[in-house]
Design a binder for this molecule. Structure first.
Ligand code: 0X9
Ligand code: ZN
Length: 439
């Protein structure tokens, strides 16, 4: 028994060896020029932005050992403000684990629900929760498994509807967990499930809408991040590329068929922004595409959850131009942000709403909200959920804020859905309404 305990302890704390010697920094550019030069440094020094800085708002960047001297030299030369986030990334990840473990112990016996919002849940628990909800509320909830992931896990989402999507109500689609390490995104979607069927306080949402809730788009990646490499971002697939076996995985948010692999992407499988061998090379992104296409004529709003940044972002992300629906995108986005900020904590960063390329100051093609928008989903958003700052010093949002972020994000979704419903109904009464792609 003692040996087993020692082994378990060792395996938990040996887990982050990969990150030995890595460091992370808060970076806070104060001008557009500084921000741009920092962004341009990325490919050269293989920087990993865990959260993106904007002008006068700090982000967090992870720097690998061989590039640390050059990075610090650059920061000094460019006079960009920075300070240490984690002197030792491995030690910080170990501490994050301890935080999660302590929280798990403290809450183990305090709740009867399977999924609580006091901690990050393993994939198995999330899947079991989805199964249970589908069984228990079989009148309204349908579990769909459109395919298996690259590593053979079921890809699962829930359809929630009072009449099994028969009367053709407008559809709201939320997804999360495309980027494996963005753990906080997942509970925001399971919380939406909870609020639609288990703890209903806004009954109009199911009277007036049908819902698709897809909490873990990239189950292989999430499992890998949870069990092996915390900062994993991509899927876990391999392809024909000669480097692929050594460097598996595709950045799901560069893999959609929208100006695929043209900007802010890489053709190198070892990059975290690898776009894949072709558009929709990933079964996981194809699953999202299948949903978008199946419900296209009824899709009133699509939100894909990412982290971190406290931002609501919209098209076009590949070039920073505005779409013809920019006014509605911005207006509904601001209404959502407004209610989120009002439901939030005073020390959380305030939300920023805008075109993704302009807000983030980088262009990236092949993103899911751009793709959805390009095929006709008028209201398509990326949420970058809150994290860091005083929310915690680690790589996870402190688990004590999971409930808060889930609840405030839900408050935003509620308002967004109602606004989307109004726009959708007004639009579908117009004779020439067409919800399909116009190139
Ligand atoms: O770069 C991304 O994929 C997203 N940020 S994240 O930190 N979660 O990786 C932002 C995507 C913005 N949208 C598009 N570029 N289309
Ligand atoms: Zn992301």
């Amino acid at each position: 028994m003692k040996v087993l305990l020692v082994f378990l302890f060792a395996s938990v704390y040996a887990k982050h060896e990969l990150y030995e010697g890595w460091k992370s920094f808060y970076v806070k550019p104060s001008t557009d020029v500084q921000l741009k030069s920092l962004r341009n440094l990325n490919p050269e020094l293989d920087l990993d932005f865990i959260s993106y800085p904007t002008v006068d708002r700090e982000g967090v960047v992870v720097v690998k050992p061989p590039f640390q001297d050059d990075f610090l030299k650059f920061m000094a030369e460019e006079n960009i403000e920075y300070w240490v986030h984690a002197e030792d990334v491995k030690a910080q990840l170990d501490q994050d684990d301890q935080l999660i473990e302590a929280q798990r112990k403290a809450t183990r016996f305090s709740r009867s629900e399977r999924v609580t919002y006091e901690n990050y849940q393993p994939l198995e628990v999330i899947y079991e929760y989805m199964d249970t909800v589908a069984r228990k509320y079989s009148q309204t909830v349908t579990l769909v498994t459109p395919a298996n992931s690259f590593e053979g896990r079921p890809i699962k989402y829930l359809k929630i509807s009072k009449d099994n999507f028969k009367s053709g109500k407008p559809v709201i689609f939320l997804d999360a967990g495309l980027h494996a390490r963005e753990w906080i995104t997942i509970p925001t979607v399971t919380y939406a499930i909870h609020k639609l069927v288990e703890n209903v306080t806004e009954p109009d949402l199911l009277d007036k809408f049908d819902w698709i809730l897809f909490p873990v788009v990239n189950p292989d990646g999430y499992k890998y991040s949870y069990d092996v490499a915390r900062l994993w971002r991509k899927t876990r697939s391999t392809d024909q590329h000669s480097l692929s076996a050594m460097c598996p995985g595709v950045d799901g948010n560069r893999n959609y068929d929208f100006f695929w692999n043209t900007v802010g992407t890489s053709s190198n499988p070892c990059s975290d922004q690898y776009a894949g061998g072709r558009p929709f090379s990933e079964v996981e992104t194809r699953a999202v595409d299948g949903i978008l296409k199946e419900h296209l004529n009824k899709l009133a709003m699509y939100i894909t959850m990412h982290s971190f940044g406290s931002m609501i972002l919209y098209s076009w992300g590949h070039d920073g131009t505005l779409s013809e629906h920019a006014f509605d995108l911005h207006t509904v986005g601001v209404k959502m942000a407004d209610v989120i900020v009002k439901s939030s904590l005073s020390h959380f960063p305030r939300y920023i709403v805008g075109n993704s390329a302009l807000v983030l100051n980088y262009r990236a093609s092949g993103g899911s909200e751009d793709y959805a928008h390009s095929i006709g989903v008028k209201l398509a958003y990326t949420f970058e959920l809150p994290g860091f700052g005083r929310g915690g010093n680690g790589f996870i949002l402190n688990p004590r804020y999971i409930k808060q972020v889930s609840a405030e994000t839900w408050a935003g979704v509620v308002i967004g859905a109602r606004e989307a419903g109004k726009l959708f109904n007004a639009r579908s009464t117009q004779p020439n309404f067409d919800n399909t792609r116009q190139d």
